[in-house]
Design a protein around this ligand. Structure first.
Ligand code: BGC
Length: 717
C-alpha cells in the first residue's frame, strides 16, 4: 500500500472505532435513562451511600447489583465481609505487588499497564467492581506515612505512570479509583487540616496527576480526600470537585468520599459528592441510613429543598461506572495469584530497586568468590504485605530478603543477626550490636537490611509504624538504633552494603560516607526478596531511579524549610509553593544526599548527539543517542528537563518534561526522540488565571538524573 492509502485506511479505522465507542456510550446512557425512570426516590438515595464497609446498595428489583469496592493500590485487600473484621477461611491470599513508590521507581509506564492488569484481573476474580487505587498524592514531605503508596514528588512522572495503571485495571472490566483528591500530603491531622496553596502550585504541582488520570486515563472513579482545601472539605469542595474535576476536566464518573470524609450534607449534595463511603459500627449495629447522604436526603427532595435532578446525576454516574466496570455483563472471570501475575510482581520489583551508591564496585557480589555473607537487620526476615493500613494485602506468599539470598546463592554461608528490635523508641543494645559485629567480622561481606517498617494492623501500628496510614514519621532518621548498628558493622567489615526497606528518604548522614554500597529496595511485594537478591548478586542489573529527592537532613526539605508542616491551628500553608522536591533543591542550590532521577547501574551509559528541533505543530523534539558503554546488559532512564533562560518570573531551575527507559546490550546504541509538547514550556500565570509561555530561549537538558545532565541544547520560542 502506498503511504497515503495506509494513512487513509488508518484514519478510517480510528474513525470507526471512535464511532463504535460513542455508540456504546449512547447505548449505555439510554439504558441508564430507562433505569432511572423506573427507580423510586428511596432506591436512588439508597445508592448514594455505603451499606456495608466496602459496598453501596443496588436495586435488586431492577437487576442493579451492589457496587463492590476494595483496597487497594498494590493488591486486592483481604475480605472484610459486610463488617470491618476480616473473614476467615476465604480464598483471599493473592498477588502482592510492589508498593506505589516502587512501581514509579521503575520509570517504566508499560509496567504500569501490566501492574494494573494484574490488579484488575484479581479484583474481578474476587467480585469487586472498583479497586481503590492508584494513590498519587505528591510527596511533599519525607515524613508522610503514606509516601510508600504514592508515586513521586514530580507531577510529570506521576502523570505518565498513572495512566498505564488505570488503563491496565480498567481493561479488565474493573474501575480504578484515583486517590486522594486533593492535597492529602500528610497523615497527621488528615481529618481536618486545611491546606492553603497558591493557584500556581495547585495547577503546576498538585493537579496534573489527577488531570492525566481523568483526561488521558479515563479513570472511572476518584476518591475525595479527608482534609480541607481553602477552608472547605475536599470531598465536597465546590472549587475542586464541581469547578475543576467535573467542569474543567469533564469527569463523568463517581466522586466517592474517603471513608468517613463527608462532614456536611448540603455541601455533599450540591458540591459534587456522588457516593458517601465509610463504615458504620454503631452501638446497636450499623445504620447506614443515617449517613449524610442517607434517608434525610429523601425528605430534602420531598420538601423541595433539593431538586431530584441533582440526585439523578449522582445515580447516573454510579450506574455509568457499573456499566463501564462490566458489573452487568460479568464477562471475564479474572485470575488470582497466578504464575503470570506473580511474574509481573517480580518484574516490577526487579526494575524498581535503586542502586544509590556503589563505591569501588562493591556490588554486584560474585557468587564464585563470596563464601560467607552476614545478613543483619530485622527487615531481612520481616514480611510486609499486611502492613501499612488500608493498602494491606494477604499475600499468597512473601519472599523475605534472607530467603531471596538463600534462593539465589545457596552455597554461601549466611551469618544472620537481628541487629535491632522493631519497637518504637527502641535503641541499639550492646548485645545486638556485638552479635552483628561478630557476624560481619567472620563474613566476606555484610549486608544490613534495615529501614522503616509498615506496622502490622490498625491495633498495634502506632508502636512501630513509620510507613503507614494515619501516622507520619517522627523524623527522617532511621529508628531503633540503626545508625549505631551500621557504624559498628562497617567498622568491623568495610565491605558492608546497606539495603533500605522504606517508602521514601532517610537521613543517612551518620554513615553514608563510610558505607560503600547503598540500595533502596522499597516494599517490593511478594517477590521482593528474590528481586533484591538477584540485584545484589548481579543476575539482574539495577535500573530503578529515584522518584523523590533524598535530602541529607529533614531540615533541608522545602516543606519544612519554607512551608508549614504539619500546620498551625489546623491550617497548613504551602509556602514553598511550586518548589517541591528537586525544583527546590536545584533552584536554591541545596545539595541533596541523592538527587531526583538518580540510580546507578552495573554498566555505564554514554549520551551523545543532542539535536533540538522545532516541529511544525509547535512541538519541540529532543533527539539524542544513548549507548551502553559497559560490559553487561542494562537499562537506563534517559531524562529530559526544560529550563527557561533568563526568566522574568520565579521558576524552577529545571522541570522534568520527558523520559524514556531503554534496555541495551553492551556496545548497543539507541536513538531516542522525546517530544516536548507546548505544555512543556508553560507556567501558570496567576494574573491571567491561565497557562502562559514566556518568549525566548529554553535550555533542553538531557541526562541520567536531575544532577547528572550530560547534554544540553537551546531552543528559541
Ligand atoms: C483510606 C483510603 C482507603 C479507605 C478504605 C481510608 O482510610 O484513606 O485510602 O481506600 O480507607 O479502606
Amino acid at each position: 500500500m502506498k503511504v497515503i492509502t495506509k494513512v487513509f485506511v488508518l484514519l478510517i479505522a480510528v474513525g470507526i472505532s471512535m464511532n463504535v465507542a460513542a455508540q456504546q456510550d449512547q447505548n449505555i446512557e439510554k439504558q441508564i435513562d430507562g433505569l432511572i425512570k423506573k427507580m423510586t426516590l428511596e432506591e436512588k438515595v439508597g445508592m448514594l451511600h455505603a451499606n456495608s464497609s466496602f459496598t453501596s446498595a443496588g436495586v435488586p428489583r431492577l437487576g442493579i447489583p451492589e457496587l463492590v469496592t476494595s483496597d487497594g493500590p498494590h493488591g486486592v485487600r483481604a475480605e472484610h465481609g459486610r463488617g470491618w473484621s476480616q473473614l476467615k477461611n476465604v480464598n483471599d491470599s493473592g498477588t502482592y505487588l510492589p508498593v506505589g513508590i516502587a512501581l514509579a521507581s521503575t520509570w517504566n509506564p508499560e509496567l504500569g499497564v501490566e501492574f494494573g492488569k494484574v490488579l484488575g484481573s484479581e479484583a474481578k476474580f474476587r467480585g469487586k467492581s472498583v479497586i481503590l487505587g492508584p494513590g498519587i498524592n505528591i510527596m511533599r514531605t519525607p515524613l508522610n506515612g503514606r509516601n510508600f503508596e504514592y508515586q513521586s514528588e514530580d507531577p510529570y512522572l506521576i502523570s505518565k505512570m498513572v495512566v498505564g495503571y488505570i488503563k491496565g485495571v480498567q481493561s479488565q472490566g474493573v474501575s480504578a479509583c484515583v486517590k486522594h483528591y486533593l492535597a492529602n500530603n500528610q497523615e497527621i491531622d488528615r481529618n481536618y487540616v486545611d491546606v492553603r496553596m497558591s493557584e500556581r502550585a495547585l495547577r503546576e504541582i498538585y493537579l496534573p496527576g489527577f488531570k492525566a488520570a481523568v483526561v488521558e486515563g479515563q479513570v472511572n472513579s476518584v476518591m475525595g480526600s479527608y482534609n480541607k482545601f481553602r477552608g472547605q472539605y475536599c470531598t465536597h469542595n465546590e472549587y475542586l470537585v464541581n469547578k475543576i474535576l467535573k467542569g474543567e476536566f469533564g469527569f463523568q464518573g463517581i466522586l466517592m468520599s474517603d471513608w468517613g470524609a463527608v462532614h456536611n450534607r448540603m455541601e455533599a449534595i450540591f458540591n459534587g459528592t456522588d457516593l458517601e463511603m465509610g463504615t458504620d459500627l454503631g452501638p446497636v449495629g450499623p445504620n447506614y441510613g443515617k449517613f449524610y447522604m442517607g434517608d434525610t436526603v429523601v425528605t430534602l427532595v420531598r420538601t423541595g429543598k433539593v431538586p431530584e435532578s441533582v440526585i439523578d446525576d449522582k445515580v447516573r454516574r454510579i450506574l455509568r461506572v457499573m456499566f463501564k466496570s462490566s458489573v452487568f455483563t460479568k464477562e471475564s472471570p479474572g485470575e488470582y495469584g497466578s504464575e503470570a501475575h506473580i511474574a509481573v510482581a517480580k518484574k516490577v520489583a526487579e526494575e524498581s530497586i535503586v542502586l544509590l551508591k556503589n563505591d569501588q564496585n562493591i556490588l554486584p557480589l560474585n557468587s564464585g568468590s563470596v563464601k560467607s555473607v552476614a545478613v543483619i537487620g530485622a527487615n531481612a526476615v520481616r514480611k510486609n504485605s499486611m502492613g501499612g493500613g488500608s493498602s494491606q494485602v494477604k499475600a499468597k506468599y512473601e519472599i523475605t530478603p534472607l530467603e531471596g539470598l538463600k534462593n539465589i546463592a545457596s552455597d554461601v554461608t549466611y551469618n544472620v543477626a537481628q541487629g535491632y528490635e522493631i519497637k518504637r523508641g527502641a535503641v541499639a543494645t550492646p548485645e545486638m550490636i556485638q552479635e552483628a559485629v561478630e557476624a560481619a567480622k567472620k563474613s566476606d561481606v555484610a549486608i544490613i537490611v534495615g529501614g522503616f517498617t509498615h506496622g502490622y494492623n490498625y491495633a498495634v501500628w502506632s508502636d512501630n509504624a513509620f510507613d503507614a496510614e494515619d501516622t507520619d514519621k517522627p523524623n527522617m532518621k532511621l529508628p531503633f538504633g540503626q545508625d549505631e548498628l551500621i557504624k559498628a558493622v562497617v567498622k568491623a567489615n568495610p565491605k558492608t552494603i546497606v539495603v533500605l526497606v522504606t517508602g521514601g528518604p532517610v537521613d543517612m548522614t551518620a554513615w553514608v560516607k563510610d558505607v560503600k554500597g547503598v540500595v533502596s529496595a522499597w516494599y517490593g511485594g511478594m517477590e521482593g526478596g528474590n528481586a533484591l537478591a538477584e540485584v545484589l548478586f548481579g543476575k539482574v542489573n539495577p535500573s530503578g531511579k529515584l522518584t523523590v529527592t533524598f535530602p541529607k537532613v529533614l531540615e533541608d526539605s522545602p516543606a519544612h524549610k519554607l512551608g508549614d508542616y504539619p500546620g498551625k491551628d489546623k491550617v497548613a500553608v504551602y509556602n514553598e509553593d511550586i518548589f517541591v522536591g528537586y525544583r527546590y533543591f536545584d533552584t536554591y542550590k541545596v545539595e541533596p544526599q541523592f538527587a531526583f532521577g538518580h540510580g546507578l547501574s552495573y554498566t555505564t551509559f554514554d549520551y551523545k548527539n543532542l539535536k533540538v528541533e522545532k516541529a511544525a505543530n509547535g512541538e519541540v523534539n529532543a533527539i539524542f543517542s544513548v549507548t551502553n558503554t559497559g560490559k553487561v546488559f542494562g537499562g537506563e532512564v534517559a531524562q529530559v528537563y526544560v529550563r527557561k533562560n533568563k526568566s522574568q518570573i520565579k521558576r524552577a531551575d529545571k522541570e522534568l518534561k520527558g523520559f524514556e527507559k531503554v534496555f541495551l546490550q553492551p556496545g548497543e546504541s539507541k536513538t531516542i526522540t522525546l517530544k516536548l509538547t507546548p505544555e512543556a514550556f508553560q507556567y501558570f500565570d496567576e494574573k491571567q488565571n491561565g497557562w502562559a509561555t514566556e518568549k525566548g530561549d529554553y535550555t533542553i537538558l538531557v541526562g541520567g538524573a536531575s544532577n547528572a545532565i550530560r547534554l544540553n541544547g537551546v531552543v528559541n520560542l
